[in-house]
Design a protein around this ligand. Structure first.
Ligand SMILES: Cc1cc2nc3c(=O)[nH]c(=O)nc-3n(C[C@H](O)[C@H](O)[C@H](O)COP(=O)(O)O)c2cc1C
Length: 360
């Protein structure tokens, strides 16, 4: 595997650790990945829960209110603590375009010292406008179609005289939210192997933009396969949860170890996209109409329209993802990719990167 550059930032091992919110990839995981040569990605969502309740402000029902759900101060603290682990090694921030205050999140990440911004869950076509005071910050959209690649390249070259510094192509085996309709997630024509060639073809028309593959990538053989197809590297999420350094509580990691293939399901989400998760007690509560009440304290994603979307799907995504990291096991929502059931041990980030680069 060859080192790559994203904008001006050299990455020794072409493996990006996917941003995982709420609270799964903060300083512990991202700092460890970056110091070991991969690209560590800090998740910007729900930072009001970092070192709870230090950055949560005035609590409502025991939770940070909408002003503090994504706390800029907490994000800066996460960066400070990650830098203690990885020094000057490149660090990225994952900021979902679907967030109610996407722009504020981007500016906070730049102020916190991010080197790269990775953005999915919608098309962040105005991203360069928000980072114009930070020209060194590389910008990486997550996409799932050639059409999306074209939209970014066309708009950014026309409006901002620049192109994305890389693309991440995410297929429908990934953990969390999918860039596909529910019924399309299983179709052969939307699988990563099928969409990569047409996306590479589109991207090549615009210049030399590195492309990373994501979703369902498990081992070195998978990585080699996508590099042979023309990608420069990969982004992986689920496998990084099962590391000692991952910020998720121990119970989350043990749930993955205990899981079977049948425990991993797609479900509806207030974001309006299907999301992949473990079938846990929360789902049993929802089936019996006994899920926790929806109060919309965090006003997290615009598509939910202040709790309307949550009511339709019977749960609040901010509260339930936060419960997972607060170790509220009965009501937590636990995202995983299709490969979650293959996790059978917890190892260090260093060991994982060794396995991924040198084989098992
Ligand atoms: C627990 C969890 C949380 C995630 N949260 C986010 C997120 O906040 N933003 C995002 O763009 N992707 C998110 N993802 C997707 C990952 O960044 C990554 O792209 C994906 O999981 C790759 O597929 P894999 O898990 O099969 O390796 C999440 C994935 C998981 C498993």
């Amino acid at each position: 595997m060859e080192p790559v550059k994203i904008g001006k930032w050299p990455i020794k091992i072409p493996i990006i650790q996917g941003g995982m919110g709420v609270g799964i990839s903060w300083d512990g995981l991202a700092g460890a990945v970056s110091i070991n040569g991969g690209l560590g990605v800090i998740s910007s969502v729900g930072t009001g829960y970092y070192q709870f309740p230090k950055f949560a402000g005035k609590l409502i029902n025991g939770r940070p209110n909408d002003e503090n759900f994504c706390s800029s101060e907490a994000l800066k603290e996460i960066f400070k603590n990650a830098r203690k682990k990885c020094g000057d090694a490149p660090l990225a921030t994952n900021i979902m375009h679907a967030l109610t205050d996407f722009k504020a999140g981007v500016i906070s990440a730049c102020e916190a010292g991010t080197n790269i911004i990775i953005s999915g869950a919608g098309l962040a076509t105005s991203l360069p406008e928000y980072t114009k005071d930070y020209p060194d910050v590389a910008l990486v959209p997550i996409i799932s179609s050639a059409q999306a690649a074209k939209i970014f390249c066309k708009k950014w070259s026309k409006s901002y005289s620049r192109l994305p510094d890389a693309f991440i192509v995410e297929g429908p085996k990934s953990g969390g939210h999918q860039g596909f309709a529910f019924e399309d997630c299983e179709k052969p024509e939307y699988q990563l192997e099928a969409i990569i060639p047409e996306i590479l073809e589109e991207v090549a028309k615009w210049g030399e933009i590195p492309v990373f593959a994501a979703g369902g990538i498990w081992d070195k053989a998978d990585i080699d396969k996508f590099i042979e197809m023309g990608c420069v590297g990969v982004q992986m999420g689920t496998r990084f949860i099962a590391t000692h350094e991952c910020d998720a509580p121990e119970y989350y990691k043990q749930l993955l170890i205990a899981s079977n293939e049948n425990d991993i399901v797609l479900g509806e989400s207030p974001v309006g996209l299907p999301s992949r998760r473990l079938y846990t007690n929360l789902h049993k509560l929802m089936a019996r109409e006994k899920a926790p009440k929806i109060a919309c304290i965090s006003n997290c994603v615009s598509a939910c329209k202040h709790g309307e979307g949550a009511k339709k799907v019977k749960y609040c995504i901010a509260d339930r993802l936060a419960d997972a990291i607060m170790d509220k096991r009965e009501t937590g929502l636990y995202f995983t990719g299709t490969n979650g059931y293959r996790v059978n041990e917890i190892i260090s980030v260093h060991e994982l990167l060794q396995k991924l680069t040198q084989g098992e």
